[in-house]
Design a protein around this ligand. Sequence first.
Ligand code: F6P
Length: 487
Amino acid sequence: MGISGVSKAKIVRGDCGYVLEDVPHFSDYIRDLPNYPNPLQDNPAYSVVKQYFVDLDDTVAQKVIAHKNGPRGLHFRRAGPRQKVYFESDDVHACIVTCGGLCPGLNTVIREIVCGLYHMYGVKKVLGIEGGYKGFYSRNTVLLNPKVVNDIHKRGGTILGTSRGGHDTTKIVDSIQDRGINQVYIIGGDGTQKGAAVIFEEIKRRGLKVAVAGIPKTIDNDIPVTDRSFGFDTAVEEAQRAINAAHVEAESVENGIGVVKLMGRYSGFIAMHATLASRDVDCCLIPESPFYLEGAGGLFEFIEKRLKENGHMVIVIAEGAGQDLFSESIHSVDKDASGNRLLQDVGLWLSQKIKEHFAKKNKMDITLKYIDPTYMIRAVPSNASDNVYCTLLAQSAVHGAMAGYTGFTVGLVNGRHSYIPFYRITEKQNKVVITDRMWARLLSSTNQPSFLSPKDIIEDKKEGSSPALVDDHDTVDGYLVNKEINY
Ligand code: F6P
């Protein structure tokens, strides 16, 4: 335990620059804990698998692109069932909570945690905490079992309800302790995972044998380290319906313009992927890529050109794009309960500006339709691929908690399920790097202007060059290591 009361990163170094950024385990702070053979060894589902327990030494590389003389780099502990568990099935009393905004797949994760505990480990006591973090101390709990959760993956939202904020560490840990809960599964975004880290620290400070497992959630897909967040695939798919509608409307009239606003407060992953998937989009605007309206190289000039060429066009704009274009006076200082600044409706604003521009003397007659499917893309049930992903995330979390790991979050890293320390996924948010190949692919697919000057490109390259680093941390070969972690 560090002087500030938060744990040190658990770093294991190997030869040739190998670094394992490990997750905490009960044995780090509770001595002489008994362990037991994993009941999965008698489970028919696992008896057919040749090597069904994960080797204790298995780790997953964060970077798979390597150079001949480069270091081995950073690794995370591989997720999966262990030979030994630190709970007897009858002693487990688990709870699940969902926090923050909705995301497709929440119910699937809940279902699979419940079913994983029941069917794989014979755990019968699972509680649902209602209404997010504050539900720990202000609401009743619900009993969850495979029957209760059987069909819930077919519904959008979360059967437990959710909320932003409401995090009172002392009250939450008191409630965990009073109820005799010893496994806590926390599904939520970066703010929620920061909260989970603090809950873990308090539990550890009290010396409790309570596993805290996070399942990161954000529809914006901006969680670092992991390949993608659950629900993202569904959101991109659902966005196609809105883009399609915009395209049909635009194509059916002379000089038709369809504008679609998609989610993405700080990052434009949904807009970028929805655009790449669709091929009907002529211009994609995201928070990471500044743009301007008037003059040479500006958006209006491009719209005029595209309308002359094709007679119609579709613009996709992420909700966080172009916020710098609003005059200071209409910038809101208000924040939501998660501390996010409330944004102006850039889709409406842009639609209005385009209309005003083309209404000027001697300009073209245009017909513009604005579609705002914002909440529709996240309120749906998860699609097939997200359902599979949610299942594996949930099972990984259950295996980790049963094996005595705690203070960890689960995620896919280069296609392998891994246990990642909380601070790794909360220290920053991923952004679309506009000097990377993916954005270049989009630009060449839409053939839109980049709106960038050479100076912007140099600046962005500087920012994108060390994305994993946080100023006040030590680094080894560019990786964050071995300092007090303040959540
Ligand atoms: O954080 C994810 C997100 O989907 C953002 O893209 C969006 O701005 C926000 O949630 C909106 O959620 P709510 O309106 O529920 O606060």
